[in-house]
Design a protein around this ligand. Structure first.
Ligand code: ZN
Length: 133
């Protein structure tokens, strides 16, 4: 029995099967994308001095407001996801990446490919989503 355990533990545990370099690349791609999104939306959000000089058509004002609301929602989502991606990069460095933070089981590789910042397996994420609502 101990021999079996040792054989299974060759390597550094759950992370050994994970391609750390690939995960790192995926996370960096997502982070850069989010950085761009945040930068663009931050820029778009601040009223451009030239545009501000134009007389405002009251009919346009409503549209602009709705659009800035939407930009703000996208910006908030991008910032929130960026935090998760940075968290995942930290977990990657300390070796806990790819392991569900709730149940400690490995997060399926397929899930990490789609959502590299995922901190939980699908079961725990579903549980958490249900609790939040
Ligand atoms: Zn889990």
């Amino acid at each position: 029995m101990p021999e079996v355990l040792l054989a299974e533990r060759s390597g550094t545990g759950g992370v050994s099967e994970l391609d750390v370099a690939a995960a790192h690349r995926r996370l960096e791609v997502v982070r850069d994308e989010l950085d761009r999104t945040v930068a663009v939306l931050n820029g778009a959000h601040q009223r451009h001095p030239l545009v501000a000089d134009y007389p405002q058509d009251p009919a346009d004002a409503g549209t602009n407001l709705a659009e800035s609301d939407r930009a703000e929602a996208i910006l908030a989502a991008a910032k929130a996801r960026r935090v998760l991606v940075l968290d995942a990069l930290v977990r990657l460095e300390n070796g806990s990446y790819g392991v569900c933070v709730d149940c400690g089981k490995p997060v399926p590789e397929g899930r990490l490919e789609v959502k590299p910042e995922a901190a939980r397996c699908l079961t725990c994420q579903a549980k958490r989503d249900r609790q939040r609502r």
